[in-house]
Ligand binder design. Structure first.
Ligand code: AMP
Ligand code: MG
Length: 578
């Protein structure tokens, strides 16, 4: 193999056949691309391998004597070339578009390698020259002089990422000017935040949508006593042989019966009524024949049936609602069922919000020439409040450094987070950049995503700051990807994207290497399968299309154009937008 660019990392994998190398690489590749790495794979094949097929036009042209054939379409191309010297050349790879080359096979070539080992195969470690062995991934503990990794894609990806970071000129983190993947940017943001939740106690009726501050434990058994789950007849399940039961009374919910029920006796009992002493089994009314004070049953009886046991829902002392749960109708009902009249919830985070731009005007007055109405402040306020924040509205700031500086320093002192929109795109950002630099540390990030590539993130006197793009849809997409997780983190709550797989109903154009978020409309098709189409034109200023969308379609950096029928991720918007 010809040497490659010395700056382009290359890592090989050595394994006996049967180890599951390709299966592991199949998982490792998406894991690495998710972390923002652009990969090529060099795969060894037997020397007569051919992608081409006899009889195909390209095959016939090669047979006719063309040493190289480039089969190309708008979507992909393959360069078929004879290598009589027996040496594949890495120069064929487009190195500008790569961060890493993974090599499968070529075990005798002097490249750094990770050896893969699985105990079940019963083989020793694959042979690798010691100077080339970087690490061993195995499913059993081994005595090694190199790092041992777990036999899974996460452990290996962590190792590769750390190795790339260690060999890059800075501390491994891309420079602020270098593009970041969505995950990288989110990871950096979450790392920079320190949770600082505050509490307040509120009556139950004011707790809807608030976040529970501590675990809510049950002070009692729920239900407190064994009771009937049916309208029917209560009897002792140890005494089923008698075949008929003498009726000795009736027990209604809320009216416990003091009388003990003896063997051979039964009581009529209603749903929710406490089981009298001696009763542990209930037969539903529909299975009973009652005649002259005697009851018989037309179905087999199992001891204990149709009874709600004491503590069956919740035992006294167990956690009924875990801390950081957002309180909705069922949680509020549950708290009431435990006897709570008020709850300790998180105090909403204070979020300072402002729009920037000389052209941006508050609605209510006729538009000045060249102006647009400020929609971002309204949209963002709703998103902030839905996420458990309280807005401190700083209005619209002109494109002037001094005005922005004074608003920012006030906001940073008073609030838990500062959020702005506009003024972060290239060529537009200088005044805001200078204002931010004067007050704290802020990076302008180029994120590999669309919409919403430019994002400013930093701290102003310890208070986190987000500068969102001005385009209304980009501002919302960035909010959902970065600010929402940050608000969760500041409240000490975990956050996970909620994604579902759906089949695309139409072709979707996307550029590999970046995450694309499109406004989508998802629904079930006739077979109950989730399918999705876009809302149409995707300009990042078209807010009306976000109003029509019920999901965002996420096209991953590793995906190119999507064809109808292909699976894509969708992020349901239900519950996120207000
Ligand atoms: P900027 O990021 O400031 O370059 O703005 C990008 C685009 O978003 C421009 O077309 C702005 O006019 C528009 N824009 C900026 N702020 C707002 C806002 N608050 N509401 C609606 N559109 C805005
Ligand atoms: Mg602007």
């Amino acid at each position: 193999m010809k040497p490659t660019d010395p700056d382009l990392p290359i890592i090989g994998f050595a394994a006996w056949s049967g180890t599951g190398k390709t299966t592991l690489l199949e998982k490792l590749i998406p894991e690495l691309t998710k972390r923002g790495l652009r990969l090529a794979v060099l795969k060894h094949a037997h020397h007569d391998f051919d992608l081409d097929q006899p009889g195909k036009d390209s095959w016939r042209l090669r047979q006719a004597g063309a040493n190289q054939v480039l089969i190309a379409s708008a979507r992909r191309h393959a360069h078929l070339t004879e290598t009589p010297q027996g040496e594949p050349s890495l120069a064929k790879l487009d190195r500008r578009a790569l961060d890493l080359i993974l090599v499968e096979g070529f075990k005798h070539d002097p490249i750094p390698k990770i050896a893969l080992h699985r105990a079940a195969l019963g083989k020793p470690l694959p042979e690798v020259r010691p100077e080339e062995l970087l690490a061993v991934a195995s499913d059993v503990p081994l005595d090694l002089t190199v790092p041992q990794l777990p036999f899974n894609e996460i452990g290996i990806a962590d190792f590769i990422e750390a190795r790339l970071a260690a060999s890059s000129p800075d501390d491994g983190a891309p420079q602020s000017a270098a593009p970041l993947s969505v995950e990288q940017a989110r990871g950096r943001i979450l790392k920079a935040l320190i949770p600082h939740p505050h509490h307040q106690t509120l009556p139950l009726a004011h707790c809807l949508g608030r976040v529970l501050a501590g675990d809510l434990t049950s002070p009692v058994n729920v239900p407190p006593h064994a009771n009937s789950a049916m309208d029917g007849y209560g009897l002792c399940g140890a005494d089923l042989a008698c075949g008929q039961w003498q009726l000795v009374g009736e027990v209604l919910a809320g009216h416990p019966s003091p009388r003990r029920v003896a063997p051979g006796e039964a009581v009529r009992i209603m749903t929710g009524a406490l089981l009298p002493a001696g009763v542990d089994t209930v037969v539903m009314r529909e299975q009973a024949v009652e005649e002259a004070g005697v009851v018989r049953f037309g179905a087999p009886i199992t001891r204990g049936q149709n009874v709600r046991q004491a503590g069956e829902d919740l035992a006294a002392g167990t956690v009924a609602i875990p801390h950081t749960t957002r309180l909705r109708a069922p949680e509020l009902g549950l708290a009431a069922s435990l006897g709570y009249r008020e709850l300790t919830v998180l105090t909403p985070l204070k979020v300072a919000l402002f729009s920037t731009g000389d052209e941006v005007q508050a609605p209510g007055e006729p538009l000045r020439p060249g102006a647009i109405y400020d929609s971002n402040r309204v949209t963002l306020r709703a998103l902030i409040e839905r996420a458990g924040g309280e807005v401190v509205d700083l209005g619209i700031l002109p494109d002037q450094q001094a005005a922005i500086e004074s608003a920012l320093s006030l906001a940073a002192a008073e609030c838990d987070l500062v959020l702005s929109s506009g003024g972060v795109s290239v060529g537009n950002a200088d005044f805001i950049r200078n204002a931010l630099a004067a007050l704290g540390t802020v990076d302008f990030w180029h994120i590999q995503m669309r919409p919403g590539r430019p994002l400013a993130f930093g701290k102003l006197a310890g208070t986190p700051f987000f500068g969102l793009p001005g385009n209304p849809v980009a501002a919302v997409v960035c909010f959902l990807q970065f600010v929402l997780p940050a608000l969760h983190a500041l409240q000490g709550r975990s956050w996970q994207p909620w994604r579902l797989k759906a089949r695309a109903l139409e072709p979707i154009q996307s550029r590999p290497g970046r995450s694309e978020f499109l406004r989508g409309i998802a629904e079930q098709d006739a077979n109950g399968q989730l399918v999705v189409r876009t809302t149409g034109p995707q300009g990042s200023g078209i807010l009306s299309s976000l109003a029509r969308a019920n999901c965002l379609i996420e096209i991953l950096p590793s995906q190119g154009a999507i064809y109808p029928g292909e699976a894509v991720w969708i992020h349901p918007l239900q519950g996120l937008l207000g």
